[in-house]
Design a protein around this ligand. Sequence first.
Ligand SMILES: *[C@@H]1O[C@H](CO)[C@@H](O)[C@H](O)[C@H]1NC(C)=O
Ligand SMILES: *[C@@H]1O[C@H](CO)[C@@H](O)[C@H](O)[C@H]1NC(C)=O
Ligand SMILES: *[C@@H]1O[C@H](CO)[C@@H](O)[C@H](O)[C@H]1NC(C)=O
Ligand SMILES: *[C@@H]1O[C@H](CO)[C@@H](O)[C@H](O)[C@H]1NC(C)=O
Ligand SMILES: *[C@@H]1O[C@H](CO)[C@@H](O)[C@H](O)[C@H]1NC(C)=O
Length: 390
Amino acid sequence: MRPTLVFLSFSTLIFPVSAEITLFQNYSGSTFFDRWTFFSGADLKTPGNVLYISEQQNNDLKLAFLNEAGNAIIKVDNTTDGSADPNYGRASIKISSNDSIPLGSLIIMDAVHLPFGCSVWPAFWTSGQVWPDQGEIDMVENVNLQTANQYSLHTLQGCQHPQSLADPIETGQFISSDCFNQTNGNEGCVVRDPSNNSFGSAFAKNGGGVFATLWTSVGIKIWFFQRGSIPADIGTPSPNPSAWGTPSANYPASSCPMSQFFGAQTLIFNIQLCGQFAGGTYGPPCQGQCTDLIQHPENYNDAYFEIKYVNVFTGVEDNTNITPSSSSASGGSSSTSASGKTSSSSTGAPSQTSGSSSNAAMPNVYPSLELMALSMAITSTIGVLFSGAL
Ligand SMILES: *[C@@H]1O[C@H](CO)[C@@H](O)[C@H](O)[C@H]1NC(C)=O
Ligand SMILES: *[C@@H]1O[C@H](CO)[C@@H](O)[C@H](O)[C@H]1NC(C)=O
Ligand SMILES: *[C@@H]1O[C@H](CO)[C@@H](O)[C@H](O)[C@H]1NC(C)=O
Ligand SMILES: *[C@@H]1O[C@H](CO)[C@@H](O)[C@H](O)[C@H]1NC(C)=O
Ligand SMILES: *[C@@H]1O[C@H](CO)[C@@H](O)[C@H](O)[C@H]1NC(C)=O
């Protein structure tokens, strides 16, 4: 007995989280942009008023680069005057990670600035290869002058955020429960961060912060820590979610079985302008019409991510012990949406699916993201011609 006990406490000291937790990717410094693929052209799946630029175009335009502080900048063009072109599509960035990550991952993103401003719609999110069959996790997303971040999932039918819970499992404000991409115009199951400096100008003013997403068979939990309140283990090779307290958003597997609704995920950063979300919720204090702003570069001086690092860990288990004691996730009943029915956190991925009613992941007969990027590059010329209709 005795030697066994000694051995157990010894291993607990060395491996406080899990014996298998591995730093899978460390996107930071001069190698930050090495393992991403640029999506170019108009985004016909998540339309708006930008034309995403290719890696080659970025060599000239430099909308994605490392700044003097050693942080990654991902921005909208804020120098080109488009007022001569009524159909102007402003240049912006959409990049997807070359690597995809499995269930049992922890994604930590530290930013000092997130894009904001009237008409601006940024997102840091993940998508399965087949959308929505293999799921989407929106980790950072909101629009215009909002200062609280919104979390959301987008899936096939049957995945829900619990409607009511016996125990509080999240600190955020529950907005909508159905993650199904065909409910409420693909609004998703939205939770709003309780912190009014988790997005926008307030986020930047406070020096930013960290978003941490834990995705395991237990569910999806997302934390936000403002600068000054970031746990010491964040940013180290041994992050320990069990010490982070109640997450901002929590999607327990009891109402959304993870392996049923999520396949391997790629990470995506993008900045769209207007479109369904920024355009659909546009209004005072923003002036005029959303699309009035696009041609004028001075509207986009704050439309940039400044990112210290993204760390991705795999082999992660959920040891937080924050799970609902009971959940009622009955389908069909509607949620009260503070953001209104016209709002949406849709960020549909550039994948096509058949109209299958099966919840199981579709067989892999679809084009890869790389092939889609290539085909989008080819259709970017068409996108320019169509930009008047966007
Ligand atoms: C990531 O993918 C892009 C294009 O798909 C490629 O140019 C780049 O070399 C890849 N990076 C690595 C490290 O393989
Ligand atoms: C939801 O996904 C289905 C494919 O499963 C697609 O046909 C449909 O257009 C999507 N709806 C929205 C609003 O994105
Ligand atoms: C956060 O901002 C929203 C809208 O901007 C406002 O309605 C709410 O009262 C604010 N909450 C706090 C705690 O300041
Ligand atoms: C990631 O790499 C940077 C150097 O680019 C290093 O400073 C940092 O400690 C690394 N992070 C981890 C968790 O190892
Ligand atoms: C574009 O935005 C950046 C970042 O805010 C700013 O430093 C720069 O001065 C802006 N460019 C112009 C021409 O205003």
